[in-house]
Design a protein around this ligand. Structure first.
Ligand SMILES: [Zn+2]
Ligand SMILES: [Zn+2]
Length: 162
């Protein structure tokens, strides 16, 4: 399965796609992964998105699909150049390990959410026409409904569709 192999170079995948999408902007933009939402005195703008992702439990090997793979982007409205992002995990429902497994992203879903954040930034910083948000996710119906108790994004209160 493709995403398994991509996962080892995951952060690189995000940065490569980001670089392609942002290269035409006048400022140089960088994508930086952060474990949790940045704090500080700056005027942070938050943009959340979701995608179809896979999870695999490190402990018992159970794998599952979620349509609510969550990503949160933050950037400073006074300082163009850096976008930070956080990915949210889910816990295994088989072994209740209490550990949030990392989400594994399909490359086209990475491209989708990065295109959306690029459009937000193009609009906010450069007054570009605002493209409507791309909401298409890879087709698929998860076998079980979303379990908020096992979802890190639900716990953080960002697992709602806007
Ligand atoms: Zn498990
Ligand atoms: Zn959730």
């Amino acid at each position: 399965m493709l995403f398994i192999f991509i996962y080892s170079g995951m952060e690189q995948t995000w940065c490569d796609i980001f670089a392609l999408l942002f290269e035409l902007f006048p400022h140089r933009w960088r994508l930086v992964y952060v474990e949790q939402r940045p704090i500080g005195g700056n005027i942070l703008y938050n943009y959340n998105d979701s995608a179809k992702v896979r999870f695999c439990c490190e402990k018992c090997g159970h794998g599952w699909t979620s349509m609510k793979g969550r990503v949160a982007f933050y950037f400073d409205l006074t300082l163009p150049g850096i976008v930070t992002y956080t990915l949210y995990g889910q816990q295994c429902q088989k072994c209740e390990s209490q550990h949030y497994e990392d989400s594994m992203w399909y490359p086209e879903e990475v491209a989708k959410v990065l295109t959306n954040v690029r459009n937000e930034i193009g609009h906010i910083f450069y007054g570009l026409y605002f493209n409507p948000k791309e909401k298409m996710r890879r087709p698929g119906k998860p076998r079980t409904p979303h379990n908020s108790n096992l979802c890190q994004a639900c716990k953080d209160g960002i697992c709602v569709d806007k």
